[in-house]
Structure formats: C-alpha cells, structure tokens
Design a protein around this ligand. Structure first.
Ligand SMILES: Nc1ncnc2c1ncn2[C@@H]1O[C@H](COP(=O)(O)OP(=O)(O)OP(=O)(O)O)[C@@H](O)[C@H]1O
Ligand SMILES: [Mg+2]
Length: 413
C-alpha cells in the first residue's frame, strides 16, 4: 500500500449518517493540504453514541481505507470528533496568588489546575479545559496566557468539557477495532468552529449551529472561546422521514428529493414551481409542486431552530447577545435554511459555514457536510504547531494530557 509520510494528520468524523475520514498533510508553512477523503454510510451511531460497534468499526475501516487509497499514504492514528448527550460543558473559574509577581508557565498551569477543580461524578472525565479569559489583577479580557506580565493575582475563566467514560471508551474501541489509534478526541463544536469561523467572528459573539442527520450541535462563542455547548437529538433525518410520510414514498426517495428540490422557506418558492421526480420502481416521473415540499419541510426546520433558541434562552442567553449565527453541517445545504433562520427565528444575520483554511482537495471539502472533518484537521495542525490554547483532561485521557503538558512546557519555555 501507500508510502508512510511525515506530518500527516487524519480527521475522523463519526456522524449518525456517515463516517468520513479526511487525510491532511501539514506543509512547512503550516497550511494543511487535504490529500485524501473517504466516506462510508453508517447506521452504527445514534445521537452521537455508538449503538453497534461492529458496524461502526467496519465503516471506519472502509472510510479510512478509501482516504488512504486516494492519498496514497498509510495512516495509523486519527483525531476523532465527539458529540452527543454524553458530553457536557460547564464554566469554571480558578484564582491564584502570583509568587515573585511575574506570571510564568508555572502560574498558568496552577491557575488552570485551580479552575479544573470541579466536582465530577465518577463516571465522567474531562476532555478539554478551554480558557475563555485570563484576569490579571483587575485587568480582564486577556485571551492568551499572559506570560511575563507582572501581577499579584491571576484568575482564569475556563470552559470545561466532560464526557461519560463508557461512551468515549466505546468510540475509542471502535477505532481500535478498525486497526487505528486515537491520537486525540475533540469536541465536535470545537472542531467545527476551527473550520467555519472567520477572523472577524473570532472577535464577536457567534451562535454556531451544526445540523447533521440525527443531531444538532450548538455552540455559543465569545471572542473565539466556547461559552456554552449543547447537542439536540434532531436533524436532517427527521426532515427526510417527514417527507417520506407526507408524500407516501420510501425514505431513500425522500432523501433524494429533499436534496435535489427541497426548500425550507416558502417565501423563496414560486406558487407555480413544479419539479419532475422519479420514484424507485416507477418508470413514469411524477410532477410535484415545490410548495408542497416546503409545507412539509418548513415546520420541521423551524422546529429545529426554535429548539435551539429555547435551549440558549433556558441558559440565560438571548439573541441580543449574539452578533450573528453560523449554520453548518449537511442540513445547512438545504435551500432556505439560512433565510428561515434569519428572518423567522433569530432576527440576526445568518450565514452558511463552509470549511475554509485548507488546501489540496479543498473543492470537495468546502461543503458544510465536511465541517467536522476539516475542523479536526485544523485542530490537529494547531496542536502539532503548539498554537492551541487548551489543556486536556486527566485520568482516562492521561495519555493525551501528558502529550499536551509536554507541548505546553515547550510552548511556555
Ligand atoms: N444538499 C443537501 N440538501 C439537503 N440536505 C442535505 C444536503 N446534503 C446533506 N444533507 C443532509 O445532511 C444530513 C447529514 O449531515 P452530516 O453529514 O453533517 O450529518 P452527520 O455528521 O452524519 O450526523 P450528525 O452530525 O447528526 O451525527 C442528512 O440528513 C442529509 O440529508
Ligand atoms: Mg456531524
């Protein structure tokens, strides 16, 4: 098989509809060249949780194999995205007194350690400790570790992501069963934010919504750091099933019609807009009014957005606090989603989030369906180059933790 190459990173997106593997090569200038992509349908994951290990492992194997073939390289490990009800994000604060009045890497470690001390149930582990801001004496809003600054008191506000050990273990086992190691596990929202937010959005308050097949991942970011994350068990598959029931057709036919002719906002569809569709088993194509498709799709799409809105409202955030919304995931490609979200639900600018910041096979990757996979590569590249302001968990993931600690020591020295 293919050559073993250096500086190769692999992103593995284990979604509810498909598993995709993207292989990237980090160039000397830090840019990632996408050199291989493989995707395989998979029904082994439900709402982000492994429901069938054999099917999942098989799909991982096939997706990676396809990507390896395209890239003509052999890989042995991957960055894996995690999302689902087994993940939880909480905010925490740590405060320390600064000895010798100068902040060094030791003080940063200590303040993060202090913020990390939260009461966790036995079955949960921390996977990320993401600094939101550092406060040096009374000066707040410092985003990067304030190394070298003089101070008597250092405070860190962080977002801590935890996962149920069993659920994460099952994901790792499936990857191992397919013959690969897990290089790191990464919260999907974090990966997606790497791939879809532009520089301006990193200085603003953004609501990131990734609508996939079986789930909708939400993230609220302020100045590029995560404030709130949540996963809802609803997505594009529900829209497909509504169409199948509403039109009395098979699910594969409904899926094909949704992608080819569906629209989520009736304002965009003309009353006389008619499409010809062929159903499996029928030789004669049938004529369907697009408005009829819209009348089935729009209520479900609006329900998804309303659920997102209630979720953020329930957590004390309002749309007034958001400068705009970025919509991604496969279902963001459905016509009318952006307009419906902007005009009917959120009343702030909404745009479609397409992965950027990568080269090579980027024309294939520049699709919202690849936001997680592309984001995992960008995350991996940042980690390889020591540009990541994050701290990993301990315990089950101590392997990752130690690697990151090593990196952090390098970074601060
Ligand atoms: N062009 C398109 N128009 C409409 N819907 C689309 C289009 N392309 C993909 N989708 C929908 O996007 C969904 C799959 O998106 P994605 O690949 O992001 O999900 P996933 O990662 O497998 O699942 P999840 O994130 O929920 O675990 C499917 O429901 C599919 O029908
Ligand atoms: Mg997904």
């Amino acid at each position: 098989m293919g050559r073993k190459a250096r500086n190769i990173v692999v992103g593995l997106d284990m979604g509810t509809t498909k598993i995709s593997a993207i292989i990237g090569e980090i160039q000397d200038d830090g840019i990632i060249d996408v050199i291989g992509i493989g995707s395989h349908l998979c029904s082994g994951i439900q709402k982000g949780v492994v429901a069938n290990m054999d099917r999942t492992a098989e799909a991982i194997g096939k997706a990676v194999e396809e990507a390896q073939f395209m890239a003509d390289v052999e890989v042995d490990a991957a960055y894996v995205g995690l999302a689902g009800p087994h993940l939880n994000g909480i905010n925490s604060t740590g405060i320390i007194a600064v000895k010798n009045q100068e902040i060094t890497g030791r003080e940063i470690d200590r303040v993060i350690e202090a913020a990390r001390v939260v009461a966790l149930p036995e079955d949960r582990e921390i996977i990320h400790v993401l600094p939101q801001e550092f406060i040096v004496d009374d000066q707040d809003g410092i985003l990067a570790p304030p190394l070298g600054m003089s101070a008597t008191r250092l405070e860190a506000k962080v977002h801590i992501v935890t996962v149920t050990v069993a659920a994460a273990n099952n994901v790792i086992k499936c990857v191992n069963m397919a013959g690969f190691e897990v290089e790191d596990i990464v919260l999907e929202q974090l990966a997606v934010s790497e791939a879809t937010l532009n520089a301006d959005e990193r200085d603003a308050e953004v609501l990131l919504i990734d609508i996939g097949g079986g789930s909708t991942n939400i993230a609220l970011l302020s100045d590029g750091s995560l404030q709130f994350t949540k996963v809802l068990g609803i997505g594009g598959t529900h829209i497909t099933k509504d169409l199948a029931i509403g039109l009395d057709i098979s699910v594969p036919d409904a899926e094909q019609i949704k992608k080819a002719h569906g629209c989520a906002y009736r304002e965009l569809v003309n009353d006389h807009d008619v499409v010809e569709v062929s159903f499996s088993g029928n030789y004669e194509p049938e004529r369907i009014r697009r408005l009829d498709l819209c009348e089935i799709i729009e209520p479900r799409a609006e329900e998804i957005f309303q659920m997102v809105l209630s979720e953020i409202n329930d957590n004390d955030y309002t749309t007034d606090m958001i400068s705009h919304v970025v919509l991604t995931g496969g279902t963001a490609s459905l016509e009318g989603m952006v307009e419906l979200a902007e005009e009917v639900v959120f009343q702030v600018p909404v745009r479609r989030g397409i992965p950027s910041g990568i080269e090579g096979l980027s024309e294939i990757v520049k699709n919202p369906v690849h936001a997680t996979g592309a984001g995992l590569l960008l995350f991996a590249a940042k980690q390889h180059q020591g540009r990541l302001h994050q701290f990993a968990g301990q315990g089950l993931f101590s392997r990752f933790y130690h690697r990151m600690r090593d990196w952090f020591t390098d970074f601060v020295s």
